[in-house]
Ligand binder design. Structure first.
Ligand code: HEM
Ligand code: HEM
Length: 186
């Protein structure tokens, strides 16, 4: 009986492999989107749909599908227990994560609406055909292009900076297990 009580039956405090894979794939795609978005030709009325822009649309719309899948997975799988943290830190982390999920949906949606207004067909990862979000030439689609490139661009970067700063603070200053839950061994 005591042997049963002593045997640790809890799984190690790390995110499950699917959550971790989805997290790091998201990181890869977001980084790729910032890089491709910055080196693709700047887009004006009548800009042709060149290869770099096609890659931007394919990866970004793929990212949207991935984030939706990630949210479903997150809602059905509890995260591992965290080390004891002050309530304000726990709340700030929760709010940052919700804001990240929200902006990771809004950013691709705004880009997609802009692509539709320009008459560009969008396929998730260049494969899954997606409908036009707004009719071609629609003003709101062009407006959302500005929101994508000038507003959400900075909001997402700011959230990522806070998030990475917090991860490094936990690893380098507090030296607790927060980073190791998403990156086992660290
Ligand atoms: C999180 C995902 C995304 C990121 C980080 C991202 C990032 C960027 C960046 C850095 C630019 C260039 C901004 C500039 O220098 O003016 C840009 C422009 C653009 N992106 Fe994205 N993008 C994402 C998703 C998407 C998606 C899913 C689509 C469409 C399906 C898309 C379509 C566009 C378009 C059409 C532009 C040109 C907007 C304009 O200049 O009016 N993006 N994006
Ligand atoms: C594009 C960049 C990134 C995005 C969009 C992102 C997004 C997210 C999101 C949404 C969560 C919440 C997971 C949940 O729902 O439980 C999360 C958790 C986490 N991320 Fe990131 N992340 C990024 C980059 C990074 C980097 C570079 C690191 C490490 C240096 C990192 C470390 C972590 C850790 C340790 C957690 C778990 C935090 C906790 O459970 O309290 N992330 N990330």
């Amino acid at each position: 009986m005591s042997a049963v009580l002593e045997a640790p039956t809890q799984s190690p405090a790390v995110y499950d492999p699917i959550s971790r894979a989805l997290h790091w794939l998201t990181v890869l795609l977001v980084a790729a989107e910032y890089i491709v978005g910055s080196i693709m030709p700047s887009i004006h009325r009548g800009t042709p749909l060149g290869t770099m822009i096609k890659i931007h649309l394919a990866l970004g719309s793929g990212l949207l599908l991935l984030v939706l899948l990630r949210i479903v997975w997150r809602l059905t799988h509890r995260p591992p227990p965290a080390p004891p943290l002050p309530v304000w830190q726990r709340r700030l982390a929760g709010l940052t994560h919700i804001a990240l999920y929200l902006v990771l949906i809004l950013m691709p949606l705004a880009g997609w609406a802009n692509a539709s207004a320009r008459g560009w067909a969008v396929r998730g990862f260049g494969v899954v055909p997606l409908p036009a979000l707004v009719p071609q030439g629609q003003r709101i689609g062009f407006l959302l292009g500005d929101v994508h490139a000038d507003v959400l661009y900075w909001i997402l970067l700011g959230l990522i900076a806070v998030h990475i700063g917090a991860a490094l603070y936990h690893r380098l200053v507090k030296r607790d297990t927060v980073l190791g839950r998403m990156l086992p061994g660290w």
